[in-house]
Design a protein around this ligand. Structure first.
Ligand code: ADP
Ligand code: MG
Length: 323
């Protein structure tokens, strides 16, 4: 069992940022409105995620650490209509198999919550716990029993940048959630959770840049697109500032990035790229998120139609700006 979890961990948990991503996604799925992420030494010393979500019932806490235990899908049909960020039931057992993990959780109106401690996939203790509603997970000594994995990590700065990248994108995808991220006590991101994407973008890219971005929107019978794009005078030398969020999930998709760029026509200088946030809403039936365990690559039906909608929607707004 532990070996199978460690193998799964190899696919899902590549680096500290993967832990941050998985735990934060769980907090979002648990309907949290506030999520605080505290890491030490870029996550190598510890990663803590604290949320105010629905919590886990005492009788379900152990089950949550079993492989393929998910509360998010109950039948085969659900698999094709995934609305939650998680559904594979792999993250908690994977993380618990390669680290020292303590989870404390309390449900609303429950008289008592639960604390559970795993190390290297072994249950150490489970105890009653009294605290505020929500869940706190603390991950210490990540990769302590997988030295090969540890060896291939990048510098702390690079690992921290990967963490920040994920939290930035989770925050963009969920402006209605108040996020904070800190490393060794230093705040790296703080959002208000008031639902305003411009404010989230201000927190990530700076107020000045956010004010040089304009909103766009469009829809057809299958897709709704909306977001923010930078004015043609505000550009970057890399495509990394283009963010694509599909039903609240941060994805990578080169075709859709190109569709945004195409919307600028000749207004973009060669070798320059916009800053953009593109949020796409679609029926979950039109997307297959089960392509890769990390779910960052997805397969979208009618992708060409979607790309055209994006280009037109961006072109409409960028064209209106006589710059
Ligand atoms: P998945 O997210 O794919 O369901 P995970 O291994 O990430 O699988 O989590 C297992 C289960 O533990 C979830 O389905 C959920 O029921 C529960 N869980 C995990 N984290 C939280 C959290 N922060 N708040 C409430 N429930 C949680
Ligand atoms: Mg999960």
């Amino acid at each position: 069992e532990v070996l199978a979890d460690q193998i799964a961990a190899g696919e899902v948990i590549e680096r500290p940022a993967s832990v941050v991503k998985e735990l934060t996604e769980n907090s979002i799925d648990a309907q949290s409105t506030r999520i605080d992420i505290l890491v030490e030494d870029a996550g190598l010393k510890s990663i803590q995620v604290i949320d105010n979500g629905i919590g886990i019932a005492a009788e379900d806490v152990q089950i949550a650490f079993q492989r393929h235990a998910t509360s998010k899908i109950t039948n085969r049909d659900d698999l094709f209509r995934v609305r939650t960020l998680g559904f594979r039931g792999e993250a908690l057992p994977s993380i618990a198999s390669i680290a020292d993990v303590i989870l404390e959780t309390m449900q609303q109106d429950a008289s008592m919550g639960s604390m559970i401690h795993f190390k290297g996939g072994k249950l150490i203790t489970q105890q009653p716990y009294a605290g505020r509603q929500g869940t706190r997970i603390t991950v210490n000594q990540l990769f302590y029993n997988t030295p090969a994995r540890l060896k291939y990590l990048s510098s702390p700065q690079t690992e921290l940048a990967a963490i920040t990248d994920w939290v930035d994108h989770l925050a963009m995808s969920h402006p209605e959630v108040a996020f904070s991220l800190s490393n060794n006590g230093r705040t790296l991101l703080r959002t208000s959770g008031n639902g305003n994407l411009v404010q989230v973008i201000s927190a990530i890219y700076g107020v000045k840049n956010a004010h040089q971005m304009i909103d766009f929107a469009g829809e057809d019978r299958d897709f709704q697109v909306s977001g923010l794009v930078s004015l043609p005078k505000l550009t970057r030398a890399s495509k990394n500032y283009i963010s694509i969020l599909l039903n609240g999930r941060y994805i990578k998709n080169n075709e859709l990035s190109k569709a945004i760029i195409k919307g600028y026509g000749s207004k973009l200088m060669v070798g320059r790229y916009p800053i953009a946030v593109l949020a796409i809403q679609l029926d979950p039936l039109l997307v297959d998120v089960n392509v890769h365990p990390t779910k960052q690559e997805v397969r979208i039906s009618k992708e060409n139609q979607l790309a055209d909608l994006i280009t037109t929607s961006v072109a409409n707004r960028i064209g209106q700006q006589n710059l």
